[in-house]
Design a protein around this ligand. Structure first.
Ligand SMILES: NC(=O)C1=CN([C@@H]2O[C@H](COP(=O)(O)OP(=O)(O)OC[C@H]3O[C@@H](n4cnc5c(N)ncnc54)[C@H](OP(=O)(O)O)[C@@H]3O)[C@@H](O)[C@H]2O)C=CC1
Ligand SMILES: O=C(CO)COP(=O)(O)O
Length: 320
């Protein structure tokens, strides 16, 4: 199967580099000048500096060319996905569309697979998610990911097509669980960054990770996802990575919030919008999401760090 990657950000570029170990890959970017620069330098100096492109990787800003492949990876940020699909994917498309973004839409509360299904109901919709820093993948370092696709046979084909020498893919049909894990772990990572940035220590971070995982699982259960998916690479695996590494932009945003430092607002930080989306989604459901709510309030400037942490610690005592 030949593959294209739409979106030449850090992650799309890293995936294209990894996939090019197996065959020809097309990386599409919207900006023709960016494409020309990447063609000339054989690198993505803007989004993923320091990694040279392999021969099998070709670049284009021609969307028709990029869409003429067996598998299409969608590597644009979550809040841009619906607009991107409306602009470029025909509503009657039967393509294999694999979301590579993590989050929930603020406007609608939909995850990436739901957004794809709504935009192209006859397409095969899947999501690729799990612990994977773009810089690691691009350097050929190994990791394992979850490929979720409701159609089991299509999922098997995609698993084969997207497994590479450094990306080991596991498969599930639980797309909702995979969407939730990848989205929610970013919110918990912001909270963990806040704790470390504010000097609350590593014990506090471990407590937030654990109670955050409990929160993630609770929402997944409520929404009908499989809790086993949350315990896998797309949930627990990515939670561990993102909450413990300064490579994570979500964690770094939290560090800045906790320390009272500024943060570059142009950075892609999916957990910020997702925290707001989840707060809206759970407003009427009664699902208890105290860490997510705290993060949303902090981001909106509705509470400061000491008050937020004190509020979390003084909640009514309960069974674990
Ligand atoms: N970076 C990482 O380590 C990982 C990222 N992800 C996920 O991948 C997704 C993308 O993140 P990442 O690649 O890091 O983000 P970046 O900030 O590196 O890049 C975002 C890219 O999306 C492009 N883009 C934005 N809107 C549009 C649009 N409407 N049409 C076309 N292209 C668009 C931007 O294009 P332009 O350059 O022209 O602005 C840019 O190239 C996120 O959901 C993230 O959670 C998942 C795992 C790891
Ligand atoms: O999702 C990621 C790692 O799996 C990347 O995390 P950040 O978006 O926080 O950098």
């Amino acid at each position: 199967m030949n593959v294209s990657v739409l979106g030449a950000g850090a992650f799309g570029t890293a995936l294209a580099i990894s996939l090019a170990q197996k065959g020809k890959v097309t990386l599409w970017a919207r900006n023709a000048e960016h494409v020309a620069d990447m063609q000339a330098s054989r690198a993505n100096g803007l989004r993923l500096p320091g990694v040279q492109f392999p021969e099998n990787l070709s670049l284009t800003s021609d969307i028709a060319q990029a869409l003429a492949t067996d598998v299409i990876l969608l590597a644009v940020p979550m809040q841009q996905l619906a607009g991107f699909l409306a602009d470029h994917i025909a509503p009657d498309s039967t393509a294999n569309l694999v979301a590579c973004c993590k989050g929930f839409e603020v406007a609608t509360g939909r995850g990436p697979v739901s957004v794809i299904r709504d935009a192209a109901p006859q397409a095969t919709a899947a999501i690729l998610t799990g612990p994977s820093f773009a810089a690691d993948i691009a350097r050929g370092l190994p990791t394992a990911l979850t490929l979720a696709c409701a159609d089991e046979d299509a999922g098997k084909r995609l698993q084969q097509a997207l497994t590479t020498p450094n990306l080991r893919l596991y498969r599930t049909t639980d797309t909702q669980g995979a969407e939730l894990g990848g989205a929610l772990k970013n919110v918990i990572a912001i909270a963990c960054g806040v704790a470390i940035g504010a000097g609350l220590g590593q014990s506090a971070r471990a407590a937030l990770m654990t109670r955050g995982f409990s929160e993630m699982t609770r929402l997944a259960q409520h929404m009908g996802a499989e809790t086993a998916t949350l315990a896998g690479l797309s949930g627990f695996g990515d939670l561990v990575l993102t909450c413990t590494s300064e490579q994570s932009r979500n964690y770094r945003l939290g560090l800045s919030l906790g320390a009272g430092d500024s943060f570059d607002p142009t950075t892609t930080v999916e957990g910020a919008a997702t925290a707001r989306a989840i707060v809206q989604m759970t407003q009427t459901s009664g699902v208890d999401m105290p860490i997510t709510q705290t993060v949303a309030r902090l981001l909106d400037g509705a509470a400061d760090v000491p008050t937020s942490m004190a509020a979390l610690l003084s909640r009514p005592l309960k069974e674990e």
